[in-house]
Unconditional design. Structure first.
Length: 158
């Protein structure tokens, strides 16, 4: 998990992250999961600092049976107030499904929490396409100027 504690808390501003598809701490519609179209939900990003050069996005599930499971990583997203449904702007890295795209919620059992984490950065990143979550977290660690998170829930259909 990215360590934002290395940056003084007073220096990291708060982004407002929301979605027209689901509210925070409510269920993600199956359309955005492995039970549906497996496409990314729309995200709204508010309070982006004017000095933001790029955004980064990490979607993960800390409820995995073995470890935190990475569903999607994207970086070099131009500062924008919206990420449209089924649309990626920026560069996608390697998720834990072994793919370079959004992999929707698909928990093996029980209710899982999916964290849509958005970081406003003071620069554009120079990362290889093959980069994974740990590479992205290392690259952004000293460049975060704002952070916001939206948590959605999902339980696989039986």
């Amino acid at each position: 998990m990215i360590a934002t504690e290395s940056i003084p808390k007073t220096d990291i501003r708060t982004l407002d992250i929301s979605s027209a598809a689901f509210a925070g701490n409510t269920y993600i519609p199956s359309k955005y999961t492995c039970d549906g179209e497996n496409t990314n939900p729309p995200l709204n990003i508010g309070n982006i600092p004017k000095e933001t050069r790029s955004l980064a996005l990490i979607v993960d599930d800390p409820d995995g049976p073995i470890r935190i499971w990475t569903h999607w990583i994207v970086w070099n997203i131009p500062p924008t107030k919206k990420i449209k449904e089924g649309n990626t702007i920026g560069l996608e890295g390697l998720n834990d499904f072994g793919q370079y795209n959004y992999g929707g919620p698909c928990p093996p059992s029980g209710i899982h929490h999916y964290h849509f984490k958005v970081y406003a950065l003071d620069n554009v990143l120079d990362l290889k396409k093959s980069s994974a979550k740990h590479d992205l977290e290392k690259a952004i660690s000293s460049h975060i100027i704002a952070f916001g998170e939206l948590i959605g829930l999902y339980k696989k259909a039986l």
